[in-house]
Design a protein around this ligand. Structure first.
Ligand code: PHE
Length: 341
């Protein structure tokens, strides 16, 4: 039996040495260490030996098995290393890696975040609204008459179930006043939709940020102060602001807000079309009718609201001449404005 074992070890040694693939290793392993292997058979035949010879022979068998395992493992590693080398002979590990380009934030995201921060620093909270709204929140509760042209199919995108894509963030004024009692001091940035053809200053999707302040004793000067604070922080201390009379159904009195041109400081240039002023959005004192619809006592509370166009601000900050650039997402363009939040 010992001779058999020695011959088997020799043979196995040669066969393992001759292995060329991982598969060869598996087969050889099965042949010499598997259930039907000679080695396994010898374990079974130990009972034929004198009891006194069994321990020594058992040791021999164990040693043989260990020897075979060691040889197989060594050969298997050698094969792996070999094939890895073969596959990689064309590689030059000293070459620099592929350049990976870093992403940046979209100008609208950056500006929106800056606006959030300005108003948070002025004590406002951020309220969220809905993109898909109903006529009540987009028109009725905002004191907009049934025959107002803005309700027209030509201006507003209607969706199923009498719903619509909000045309203004003023809807959030209503949602906030439905749920909270004054004092209220919120802004709400978000998307708006209007049935406009894209051109340098229009897009069917655009962004506004709404502001609403309701409390006892709020007056028009709180509105102009807030506007001036915003303009100074956003565009620099030298920027001036003004309001002009206008009309909105949900504010009385209503106004349009301007800031002095950030390109020419008010002297008149191409950006401000010679006027020295840039339009920022609509504003006004909350119409008592709106308070009445929402059950807020207009004898006790007053408030102001305004809506700023975020594209306008981004275009001014980044010197972008055409609103469509903000939505086409051409990387060659966006890469020029890439920035941090
Ligand atoms: N929602 C108005 C618009 O889209 C702007 C506005 C907001 C006016 C708040 C007054 C008060 O034009």
């Amino acid at each position: 039996m010992q001779n058999q074992l020695a011959t088997m070890l020799e043979e196995a040694g040669r066969e393992i040495e001759a292995c060329a693939t991982a598969n060869d290793i598996l087969n050889t392993k099965a042949k010499y260490l598997g259930k039907k292997s000679l080695l396994n058979g010898l374990y079974g035949r130990m009972k034929d030996l004198e009891p006194s010879e069994r321990p020594a022979f058992g040791n021999l068998l164990n040693e043989a098995r260990q020897q075979l395992e060691t040889l197989l493992n060594a050969k298997s590693s050698a094969i792996k290393a070999q094939s890895w080398k073969k596959e990689n002979t064309d590689m030059d590990f000293s070459m620099p890696g592929m350049p990976s380009s870093r992403g940046g934030y979209h100008p609208l995201s950056i500006v929106r975040r800056q606006i959030d921060e300005v108003f948070i620093s002025l004590g406002f909270e951020i309220a969220e609204g809905l993109d898909i709204e109903d006529e009540f929140h987009n028109f009725d509760a905002l004191n907009t008459p049934a025959d107002h042209p803005s309700r027209n199919l030509a201006d507003t995108f209607y969706v199923e179930g009498g719903r619509l894509l909000r045309t203004q963030t003023s809807t959030v004024q209503i949602r906030v006043m439905e749920s909270y009692q004054p004092p209220i001091r919120i802004i709400s940035p978000g998307r708006c939709y209007r049935n406009d053809k894209p051109d340098p200053s229009h897009s069917p999707v655009f962004h506004q940020v709404e502001a609403l302040v309701v409390d006892k004793g709020i007056s028009m000067s709180d509105l102009t102060d807030t506007l001036q604070n915003f303009a100074s922080i956003m565009f620099g201390a030298r920027v001036r602001s003004r309001i002009r009379p206008h009309f909105f159904p949900f504010t009385e009195p209503s106004a349009e807000m301007d800031i002095s041109c950030v390109a020419c400081s008010g002297a008149g240039c191409r950006v401000c079309k010679g006027s020295g002023w840039l339009e920022m959005g609509g504003a006004g004192m909350v119409d008592p009718n709106v308070f009445d619809i929402l059950g807020i006592d207009s004898e006790i509370y007053t408030g102001f609201a305004f809506g700023l166009g975020i594209e306008r601000i981004a275009m001014l900050k980044y010197n972008i001449p055409d609103m469509r650039i903000l939505f086409e997402n051409d990387l060659r363009m966006l890469n020029q404005f890439r920035g941090e939040l």
